[in-house]
Ligand binder design. Structure first.
Ligand code: NDP
Length: 453
Protein backbone atom coordinates (compact mmCIF):
# COMPACT_ATOMS: atom_id res chain seq x y z
CA UNK A 1 0.00 0.00 0.00
CA UNK A 2 1.33 3.47 -0.80
CA UNK A 3 1.59 6.11 1.90
CA UNK A 4 -1.26 8.27 0.61
CA UNK A 5 -3.75 5.38 0.72
CA UNK A 6 -2.44 4.24 4.10
CA UNK A 7 -2.92 7.73 5.58
CA UNK A 8 -6.40 7.98 4.02
CA UNK A 9 -7.29 4.70 5.80
CA UNK A 10 -5.98 6.02 9.12
CA UNK A 11 -7.94 9.27 8.73
CA UNK A 12 -11.08 7.24 7.91
CA UNK A 13 -10.45 5.21 11.05
CA UNK A 14 -10.26 8.43 13.09
CA UNK A 15 -13.50 9.62 11.50
CA UNK A 16 -15.26 6.40 12.53
CA UNK A 17 -13.82 6.01 16.02
CA UNK A 18 -13.45 9.62 17.20
CA UNK A 19 -16.97 10.74 16.35
CA UNK A 20 -17.42 14.50 16.26
CA UNK A 21 -13.79 15.18 17.18
CA UNK A 22 -13.27 17.68 14.38
CA UNK A 23 -10.28 19.49 15.86
CA UNK A 24 -8.43 16.25 16.52
CA UNK A 25 -9.16 15.21 12.93
CA UNK A 26 -7.91 18.60 11.70
CA UNK A 27 -4.63 18.26 13.62
CA UNK A 28 -4.21 14.63 12.54
CA UNK A 29 -4.81 15.55 8.89
CA UNK A 30 -2.16 18.28 9.00
CA UNK A 31 0.42 16.00 10.61
CA UNK A 32 -0.29 12.72 8.83
CA UNK A 33 -0.43 14.17 5.31
CA UNK A 34 2.98 15.76 5.95
CA UNK A 35 4.38 12.31 6.82
CA UNK A 36 3.58 10.70 3.46
CA UNK A 37 7.03 11.26 1.90
CA UNK A 38 8.83 9.52 4.79
CA UNK A 39 6.34 6.64 4.79
CA UNK A 40 6.91 6.12 1.07
CA UNK A 41 10.67 6.19 1.52
CA UNK A 42 10.87 3.94 4.60
CA UNK A 43 8.40 1.02 4.36
CA UNK A 44 9.12 -0.15 7.92
CA UNK A 45 6.72 2.48 9.28
CA UNK A 46 3.75 1.10 7.34
CA UNK A 47 4.86 -2.51 7.96
CA UNK A 48 4.83 -1.92 11.73
CA UNK A 49 1.57 0.09 11.53
CA UNK A 50 3.19 2.86 13.51
CA UNK A 51 0.76 5.59 12.48
CA UNK A 52 -2.32 3.48 13.29
CA UNK A 53 -0.92 3.08 16.78
CA UNK A 54 0.17 6.69 17.21
CA UNK A 55 -3.28 8.16 16.62
CA UNK A 56 -4.66 6.14 19.57
CA UNK A 57 -3.80 7.52 23.00
CA UNK A 58 -2.07 4.96 25.24
CA UNK A 59 -4.48 5.93 28.01
CA UNK A 60 -7.45 8.34 28.14
CA UNK A 61 -8.49 9.54 31.59
CA UNK A 62 -11.79 11.38 32.17
CA UNK A 63 -12.93 12.26 35.67
CA UNK A 64 -15.44 14.37 37.59
CA UNK A 65 -14.13 17.31 39.57
CA UNK A 66 -16.44 18.68 42.24
CA UNK A 67 -15.50 21.65 44.39
CA UNK A 68 -17.38 24.07 46.67
CA UNK A 69 -17.90 27.59 45.33
CA UNK A 70 -17.90 30.65 47.61
CA UNK A 71 -21.59 30.16 48.38
CA UNK A 72 -20.79 26.68 49.67
CA UNK A 73 -22.53 25.03 46.72
CA UNK A 74 -21.01 22.10 44.81
CA UNK A 75 -19.95 22.73 41.22
CA UNK A 76 -18.86 19.90 38.94
CA UNK A 77 -16.73 19.85 35.82
CA UNK A 78 -15.17 17.32 33.47
CA UNK A 79 -11.45 16.74 33.96
CA UNK A 80 -9.19 15.12 31.36
CA UNK A 81 -5.67 13.72 31.05
CA UNK A 82 -4.93 12.07 27.73
CA UNK A 83 -1.62 10.21 27.96
CA UNK A 84 -0.89 9.87 24.28
CA UNK A 85 2.58 8.46 23.81
CA UNK A 86 5.44 7.51 26.12
CA UNK A 87 7.85 5.98 23.58
CA UNK A 88 10.66 8.49 24.20
CA UNK A 89 10.04 9.61 27.77
CA UNK A 90 7.49 10.26 30.53
CA UNK A 91 4.27 11.94 29.41
CA UNK A 92 4.62 15.71 29.29
CA UNK A 93 2.19 18.46 28.30
CA UNK A 94 0.07 21.24 29.74
CA UNK A 95 -3.27 21.53 31.50
CA UNK A 96 -5.92 23.88 30.08
CA UNK A 97 -8.78 25.35 32.13
CA UNK A 98 -11.29 26.90 29.73
CA UNK A 99 -15.04 26.40 29.17
CA UNK A 100 -14.36 25.13 25.62
CA UNK A 101 -12.29 22.15 26.86
CA UNK A 102 -13.58 18.73 25.82
CA UNK A 103 -12.06 15.41 24.74
CA UNK A 104 -11.66 16.63 21.14
CA UNK A 105 -9.58 19.65 22.18
CA UNK A 106 -7.43 17.67 24.62
CA UNK A 107 -6.79 14.95 22.03
CA UNK A 108 -5.68 17.42 19.37
CA UNK A 109 -3.35 19.11 21.83
CA UNK A 110 -1.97 15.80 23.11
CA UNK A 111 -1.36 14.46 19.61
CA UNK A 112 0.53 17.61 18.58
CA UNK A 113 2.53 17.40 21.79
CA UNK A 114 4.07 14.03 20.81
CA UNK A 115 5.83 15.54 17.80
CA UNK A 116 6.65 18.85 19.48
CA UNK A 117 8.33 17.20 22.44
CA UNK A 118 10.31 14.94 20.16
CA UNK A 119 11.57 17.94 18.17
CA UNK A 120 13.08 19.53 21.28
CA UNK A 121 15.64 16.70 21.43
CA UNK A 122 14.71 16.04 25.08
CA UNK A 123 13.25 12.79 26.43
CA UNK A 124 9.58 13.64 26.81
CA UNK A 125 6.47 11.76 25.71
CA UNK A 126 3.23 13.54 24.73
CA UNK A 127 0.13 14.24 26.84
CA UNK A 128 -2.38 16.99 27.54
CA UNK A 129 -5.13 17.60 30.07
CA UNK A 130 -7.47 20.13 31.53
CA UNK A 131 -11.04 20.86 32.52
CA UNK A 132 -14.09 22.69 31.16
CA UNK A 133 -13.77 25.09 34.08
CA UNK A 134 -13.78 28.86 33.54
CA UNK A 135 -11.35 30.57 35.94
CA UNK A 136 -12.67 34.00 34.91
CA UNK A 137 -14.49 35.81 37.67
CA UNK A 138 -13.63 33.18 40.29
CA UNK A 139 -12.16 34.17 43.64
CA UNK A 140 -8.72 32.99 44.71
CA UNK A 141 -10.41 30.61 47.16
CA UNK A 142 -12.53 29.08 44.41
CA UNK A 143 -9.48 28.67 42.16
CA UNK A 144 -7.60 26.99 45.01
CA UNK A 145 -10.40 24.58 45.82
CA UNK A 146 -10.89 23.73 42.16
CA UNK A 147 -7.16 23.05 41.67
CA UNK A 148 -7.13 20.86 44.79
CA UNK A 149 -10.15 18.90 43.58
CA UNK A 150 -8.49 18.50 40.19
CA UNK A 151 -5.34 17.12 41.83
CA UNK A 152 -7.40 14.76 44.01
CA UNK A 153 -8.28 12.97 40.78
CA UNK A 154 -5.02 13.50 38.89
CA UNK A 155 -2.46 12.45 41.49
CA UNK A 156 -2.94 8.74 40.92
CA UNK A 157 -1.78 8.89 37.31
CA UNK A 158 1.13 11.37 37.41
CA UNK A 159 4.64 11.40 38.90
CA UNK A 160 8.11 12.65 38.04
CA UNK A 161 8.95 9.62 35.88
CA UNK A 162 5.36 8.93 34.81
CA UNK A 163 3.64 12.11 33.68
CA UNK A 164 4.65 15.72 34.35
CA UNK A 165 1.89 18.29 33.56
CA UNK A 166 2.46 22.04 33.11
CA UNK A 167 0.34 25.14 32.36
CA UNK A 168 -1.62 26.18 29.29
CA UNK A 169 -4.62 28.49 28.80
CA UNK A 170 -6.06 29.38 32.20
CA UNK A 171 -3.29 27.60 34.12
CA UNK A 172 -0.38 29.78 35.25
CA UNK A 173 1.88 30.00 38.28
CA UNK A 174 -1.01 30.42 40.74
CA UNK A 175 -2.80 27.27 39.60
CA UNK A 176 0.40 25.21 39.40
CA UNK A 177 1.13 26.25 43.00
CA UNK A 178 -2.24 25.11 44.30
CA UNK A 179 -1.97 21.81 42.41
CA UNK A 180 1.60 21.16 43.55
CA UNK A 181 0.63 21.83 47.17
CA UNK A 182 -2.21 19.34 46.96
CA UNK A 183 -0.05 16.70 45.25
CA UNK A 184 2.49 17.02 48.07
CA UNK A 185 -0.20 16.80 50.74
CA UNK A 186 -1.64 13.61 49.26
CA UNK A 187 1.59 11.84 48.29
CA UNK A 188 4.00 13.03 51.00
CA UNK A 189 6.55 13.50 48.25
CA UNK A 190 8.37 16.63 47.14
CA UNK A 191 9.03 15.72 43.53
CA UNK A 192 9.09 17.63 40.26
CA UNK A 193 5.82 16.26 39.01
CA UNK A 194 4.60 19.60 37.69
CA UNK A 195 6.58 22.24 35.80
CA UNK A 196 6.06 25.99 35.88
CA UNK A 197 6.64 25.90 39.65
CA UNK A 198 7.59 28.94 41.74
CA UNK A 199 11.30 29.74 41.86
CA UNK A 200 11.69 29.01 45.58
CA UNK A 201 10.11 25.55 45.30
CA UNK A 202 11.68 23.89 42.29
CA UNK A 203 10.78 26.18 39.41
CA UNK A 204 13.14 27.24 36.66
CA UNK A 205 14.12 30.73 35.63
CA UNK A 206 12.88 31.56 32.10
CA UNK A 207 9.98 29.03 32.24
CA UNK A 208 7.44 31.88 32.44
CA UNK A 209 8.96 33.65 29.45
CA UNK A 210 9.97 30.54 27.52
CA UNK A 211 7.17 30.03 24.98
CA UNK A 212 7.09 33.68 23.86
CA UNK A 213 10.87 34.09 23.90
CA UNK A 214 11.33 30.77 22.10
CA UNK A 215 8.79 31.80 19.45
CA UNK A 216 10.78 34.93 18.64
CA UNK A 217 14.09 33.01 18.65
CA UNK A 218 12.54 30.59 16.17
CA UNK A 219 11.17 33.37 13.94
CA UNK A 220 14.61 34.98 14.03
CA UNK A 221 16.12 31.78 12.64
CA UNK A 222 13.51 31.82 9.87
CA UNK A 223 14.38 35.41 9.00
CA UNK A 224 18.13 34.76 9.15
CA UNK A 225 17.81 31.86 6.71
CA UNK A 226 15.99 34.23 4.34
CA UNK A 227 18.80 36.77 4.72
CA UNK A 228 16.67 39.16 6.76
CA UNK A 229 16.24 40.27 10.37
CA UNK A 230 13.74 41.67 12.86
CA UNK A 231 15.08 45.23 12.98
CA UNK A 232 12.32 47.75 12.21
CA UNK A 233 9.52 45.21 11.62
CA UNK A 234 5.97 46.03 12.72
CA UNK A 235 4.31 42.98 14.29
CA UNK A 236 0.72 41.98 15.01
CA UNK A 237 0.32 39.71 18.05
CA UNK A 238 -2.94 38.06 19.14
CA UNK A 239 -3.70 36.92 22.68
CA UNK A 240 -2.84 38.79 25.85
CA UNK A 241 -1.76 35.93 28.09
CA UNK A 242 1.52 34.26 28.91
CA UNK A 243 2.65 33.57 25.35
CA UNK A 244 1.57 36.93 23.89
CA UNK A 245 3.14 38.99 26.68
CA UNK A 246 6.60 37.44 26.39
CA UNK A 247 6.43 37.43 22.60
CA UNK A 248 5.95 41.22 22.73
CA UNK A 249 8.76 41.59 25.26
CA UNK A 250 11.26 39.65 23.12
CA UNK A 251 10.19 41.37 19.88
CA UNK A 252 11.32 44.69 21.36
CA UNK A 253 14.67 43.14 22.29
CA UNK A 254 15.16 42.20 18.63
CA UNK A 255 14.34 45.73 17.41
CA UNK A 256 10.80 44.97 16.22
CA UNK A 257 7.58 46.67 17.35
CA UNK A 258 4.42 44.78 18.41
CA UNK A 259 1.38 47.00 17.83
CA UNK A 260 -1.52 44.71 18.77
CA UNK A 261 -2.68 42.28 21.44
CA UNK A 262 -6.13 40.68 21.82
CA UNK A 263 -8.32 38.76 24.24
CA UNK A 264 -11.81 37.28 24.15
CA UNK A 265 -13.34 40.78 24.40
CA UNK A 266 -11.49 42.48 21.49
CA UNK A 267 -8.10 43.80 20.44
CA UNK A 268 -5.82 46.75 21.16
CA UNK A 269 -4.07 48.73 18.45
CA UNK A 270 -1.25 50.85 19.81
CA UNK A 271 0.75 52.49 17.00
CA UNK A 272 3.49 53.50 19.46
CA UNK A 273 4.02 49.85 20.37
CA UNK A 274 2.37 47.71 23.05
CA UNK A 275 3.28 48.82 26.58
CA UNK A 276 4.38 45.46 28.03
CA UNK A 277 4.54 46.69 31.65
CA UNK A 278 0.93 47.89 31.44
CA UNK A 279 -0.12 44.63 29.77
CA UNK A 280 1.48 42.58 32.55
CA UNK A 281 -0.22 44.74 35.19
CA UNK A 282 -3.65 44.26 33.58
CA UNK A 283 -3.35 40.56 32.74
CA UNK A 284 -1.01 39.09 35.35
CA UNK A 285 -1.96 41.21 38.37
CA UNK A 286 -5.46 42.72 37.91
CA UNK A 287 -6.76 40.03 35.50
CA UNK A 288 -9.08 42.44 33.65
CA UNK A 289 -10.24 42.78 30.02
CA UNK A 290 -8.24 44.68 27.41
CA UNK A 291 -10.57 47.68 27.18
CA UNK A 292 -8.81 48.92 30.30
CA UNK A 293 -5.54 49.19 28.32
CA UNK A 294 -7.08 51.90 26.10
CA UNK A 295 -8.32 53.75 29.19
CA UNK A 296 -4.81 53.92 30.67
CA UNK A 297 -2.70 54.34 27.52
CA UNK A 298 -3.31 57.54 25.55
CA UNK A 299 -3.33 57.07 21.77
CA UNK A 300 -4.20 53.36 21.88
CA UNK A 301 -7.51 52.04 20.58
CA UNK A 302 -9.71 49.14 21.73
CA UNK A 303 -11.79 47.41 19.06
CA UNK A 304 -14.44 45.11 20.61
CA UNK A 305 -15.28 41.71 19.11
CA UNK A 306 -18.76 43.04 18.25
CA UNK A 307 -17.11 45.30 15.64
CA UNK A 308 -15.21 42.48 13.88
CA UNK A 309 -16.37 41.75 10.32
CA UNK A 310 -18.37 38.49 10.03
CA UNK A 311 -16.11 35.42 9.98
CA UNK A 312 -13.00 37.47 10.66
CA UNK A 313 -10.59 37.97 13.56
CA UNK A 314 -10.25 41.76 13.71
CA UNK A 315 -6.69 41.77 15.01
CA UNK A 316 -5.44 40.62 11.60
CA UNK A 317 -6.86 43.76 9.92
CA UNK A 318 -3.87 45.70 11.23
CA UNK A 319 -1.11 46.29 8.69
CA UNK A 320 2.04 44.48 9.74
CA UNK A 321 5.21 42.81 8.46
CA UNK A 322 4.95 39.75 10.70
CA UNK A 323 2.11 38.07 12.59
CA UNK A 324 2.23 36.02 15.80
CA UNK A 325 -1.04 34.26 16.70
CA UNK A 326 -0.74 33.57 20.45
CA UNK A 327 -4.34 33.09 21.66
CA UNK A 328 -6.02 29.83 20.66
CA UNK A 329 -6.87 27.31 17.93
CA UNK A 330 -8.40 28.34 14.58
CA UNK A 331 -7.90 32.07 15.09
CA UNK A 332 -6.39 32.61 11.61
CA UNK A 333 -8.79 31.70 8.80
CA UNK A 334 -8.17 31.75 5.06
CA UNK A 335 -9.88 35.18 4.90
CA UNK A 336 -7.62 36.43 7.72
CA UNK A 337 -4.39 35.26 6.09
CA UNK A 338 -5.44 36.75 2.74
CA UNK A 339 -5.92 40.14 4.42
CA UNK A 340 -2.57 39.83 6.22
CA UNK A 341 -0.77 38.91 3.00
CA UNK A 342 -2.42 41.65 0.94
CA UNK A 343 -1.40 44.16 3.63
CA UNK A 344 2.25 43.16 3.23
CA UNK A 345 2.72 40.58 6.00
CA UNK A 346 5.39 38.06 4.96
CA UNK A 347 5.98 35.98 8.11
CA UNK A 348 3.64 34.13 10.46
CA UNK A 349 4.98 32.16 13.41
CA UNK A 350 2.54 30.32 15.66
CA UNK A 351 2.66 30.78 19.43
CA UNK A 352 -0.76 29.21 19.95
CA UNK A 353 -1.47 25.57 19.12
CA UNK A 354 -3.18 25.01 15.76
CA UNK A 355 -4.07 28.72 15.33
CA UNK A 356 -4.32 28.46 11.53
CA UNK A 357 -7.09 26.59 9.75
CA UNK A 358 -6.04 23.96 7.20
CA UNK A 359 -6.89 26.24 4.22
CA UNK A 360 -4.94 29.12 5.78
CA UNK A 361 -1.93 26.79 6.16
CA UNK A 362 -2.24 25.73 2.53
CA UNK A 363 -2.35 29.39 1.48
CA UNK A 364 0.88 30.13 3.36
CA UNK A 365 2.62 27.01 2.05
CA UNK A 366 1.78 27.98 -1.52
CA UNK A 367 3.39 31.44 -1.30
CA UNK A 368 7.09 31.32 -2.13
CA UNK A 369 7.62 34.78 -0.61
CA UNK A 370 6.02 33.89 2.74
CA UNK A 371 7.73 32.42 5.82
CA UNK A 372 5.51 30.11 7.88
CA UNK A 373 6.57 28.74 11.28
CA UNK A 374 4.13 26.02 12.43
CA UNK A 375 3.24 25.71 16.11
CA UNK A 376 4.82 22.41 16.97
CA UNK A 377 8.23 23.78 16.01
CA UNK A 378 7.79 27.49 16.78
CA UNK A 379 6.15 27.25 20.21
CA UNK A 380 8.17 24.33 21.59
CA UNK A 381 10.23 26.65 23.80
CA UNK A 382 7.75 26.30 26.68
CA UNK A 383 7.87 22.54 26.91
CA UNK A 384 11.61 22.55 26.24
CA UNK A 385 12.18 24.77 29.25
CA UNK A 386 9.85 22.53 31.25
CA UNK A 387 12.25 19.75 30.29
CA UNK A 388 15.11 21.88 31.64
CA UNK A 389 13.11 22.39 34.85
CA UNK A 390 12.83 18.60 35.18
CA UNK A 391 16.59 18.25 34.66
CA UNK A 392 17.28 20.84 37.38
CA UNK A 393 14.87 19.09 39.77
CA UNK A 394 16.47 15.71 39.15
CA UNK A 395 19.95 17.15 39.82
CA UNK A 396 18.70 19.32 42.74
CA UNK A 397 20.14 22.37 40.98
CA UNK A 398 18.95 25.87 40.06
CA UNK A 399 20.52 27.23 36.92
CA UNK A 400 21.04 30.95 36.23
CA UNK A 401 18.74 32.93 33.92
CA UNK A 402 21.58 33.21 31.40
CA UNK A 403 22.23 29.47 31.39
CA UNK A 404 18.56 28.51 30.86
CA UNK A 405 18.07 31.24 28.25
CA UNK A 406 21.16 30.07 26.35
CA UNK A 407 19.86 26.46 26.43
CA UNK A 408 16.46 27.69 25.18
CA UNK A 409 18.08 29.59 22.30
CA UNK A 410 20.14 26.52 21.43
CA UNK A 411 17.06 24.29 21.44
CA UNK A 412 15.05 26.68 19.23
CA UNK A 413 17.94 26.82 16.76
CA UNK A 414 18.17 23.01 16.82
CA UNK A 415 14.42 22.72 16.13
CA UNK A 416 14.68 25.15 13.22
CA UNK A 417 17.78 23.45 11.81
CA UNK A 418 16.42 19.91 12.01
CA UNK A 419 13.06 21.01 10.53
CA UNK A 420 14.76 22.93 7.72
CA UNK A 421 17.30 20.17 6.96
CA UNK A 422 14.50 17.60 6.83
CA UNK A 423 12.53 19.82 4.42
CA UNK A 424 15.62 19.92 2.17
CA UNK A 425 16.13 16.14 2.49
CA UNK A 426 12.60 15.59 1.17
CA UNK A 427 12.93 18.10 -1.67
CA UNK A 428 10.75 20.86 -0.19
CA UNK A 429 13.25 23.43 1.19
CA UNK A 430 11.66 25.76 3.73
CA UNK A 431 8.48 23.68 4.19
CA UNK A 432 8.68 23.56 7.97
CA UNK A 433 5.32 21.77 8.28
CA UNK A 434 6.77 18.83 6.40
CA UNK A 435 10.22 19.12 7.96
CA UNK A 436 9.01 19.54 11.54
CA UNK A 437 6.46 16.75 11.38
CA UNK A 438 8.82 14.24 9.79
CA UNK A 439 11.73 15.08 12.12
CA UNK A 440 9.47 14.76 15.18
CA UNK A 441 7.86 11.58 13.88
CA UNK A 442 11.01 9.59 13.08
CA UNK A 443 12.37 9.58 16.62
CA UNK A 444 9.08 8.47 18.18
CA UNK A 445 8.30 5.94 15.43
CA UNK A 446 11.74 4.33 15.67
CA UNK A 447 11.39 4.08 19.46
CA UNK A 448 7.99 2.43 19.07
CA UNK A 449 9.42 -0.14 16.65
CA UNK A 450 12.41 -0.82 18.96
CA UNK A 451 10.10 -1.38 21.93
CA UNK A 452 7.87 -3.92 20.19
CA UNK A 453 4.13 -4.38 20.59
P1 NDP B 1 -3.27 32.33 28.69
O1 NDP B 1 -4.45 31.78 29.39
O2 NDP B 1 -2.18 32.93 29.46
O3 NDP B 1 -3.74 33.41 27.60
C1 NDP B 1 -4.62 33.07 26.57
C2 NDP B 1 -5.01 34.34 25.84
O4 NDP B 1 -5.75 34.00 24.67
C3 NDP B 1 -5.88 35.26 26.67
O5 NDP B 1 -5.61 36.58 26.29
C4 NDP B 1 -7.28 34.85 26.24
O6 NDP B 1 -8.24 35.89 26.39
C5 NDP B 1 -7.07 34.55 24.78
N1 NDP B 1 -8.04 33.53 24.35
C6 NDP B 1 -8.15 32.26 24.80
N2 NDP B 1 -9.17 31.64 24.21
C7 NDP B 1 -9.69 32.55 23.37
C8 NDP B 1 -10.76 32.50 22.45
N3 NDP B 1 -11.48 31.38 22.28
N4 NDP B 1 -11.03 33.63 21.73
C9 NDP B 1 -10.28 34.74 21.90
N5 NDP B 1 -9.26 34.85 22.76
C10 NDP B 1 -8.97 33.77 23.45
O7 NDP B 1 -2.72 31.13 27.76
P2 NDP B 1 -1.30 30.96 27.10
O8 NDP B 1 -0.76 32.28 26.69
O9 NDP B 1 -0.51 30.08 27.98
O10 NDP B 1 -1.66 30.10 25.81
C11 NDP B 1 -1.99 30.70 24.56
C12 NDP B 1 -1.81 29.68 23.44
O11 NDP B 1 -0.44 29.24 23.44
C13 NDP B 1 -2.64 28.41 23.57
O12 NDP B 1 -2.97 27.94 22.27
C14 NDP B 1 -1.68 27.41 24.21
O13 NDP B 1 -2.02 26.07 23.94
C15 NDP B 1 -0.39 27.82 23.51
N6 NDP B 1 0.83 27.41 24.19
C16 NDP B 1 1.09 27.80 25.48
C17 NDP B 1 2.26 27.42 26.10
C18 NDP B 1 2.65 27.89 27.45
O14 NDP B 1 3.80 27.64 27.85
N7 NDP B 1 1.80 28.60 28.17
C19 NDP B 1 3.22 26.49 25.42
C20 NDP B 1 2.89 26.24 24.03
C21 NDP B 1 1.72 26.66 23.47
P3 NDP B 1 -9.17 35.92 27.71
O15 NDP B 1 -8.24 36.16 28.85
O16 NDP B 1 -10.13 37.03 27.46
O17 NDP B 1 -9.82 34.57 27.75
Amino acid sequence: MNAHDYISDVLDYIERTSLGQVTFKQAATEILRALEPVLDREPKYIKHKVVDRMVMPERTNIFRITYANDKGEPESHYGYRVQFNSAIGPYKGGLRFHPSVNLDIIKFLGFEQIFKNSLTGLSMGGAKGGANFDPKGKSDGEIMRFCQAFMNALHEIIGDVIDVPAGDIGVGGREIGYMFGQYKRIKHRFEGTLTGKGLSWGGSLVRTEATGYGLVYFANEMLKKAGRGFEGLTCAVSGAGNVAIYTCEKLYQFGAKPVTVSDSTGYIYDAEGIDVALLKQLKEVERVGLREYSVRKAGSKFIPVSEYKPGRNGVWDVKCDAAFPCATQNEVSLADIEVLYNNGCRLLAEGANLPSTLDAMEFMAAKSDFLYGPAKAANAGGVATSGLEMAQNAAMESWSFEKVDARLQGIMKHIFDISYETSVEFGRPGDLVLGGNIAGFRKVADAMIDQGY
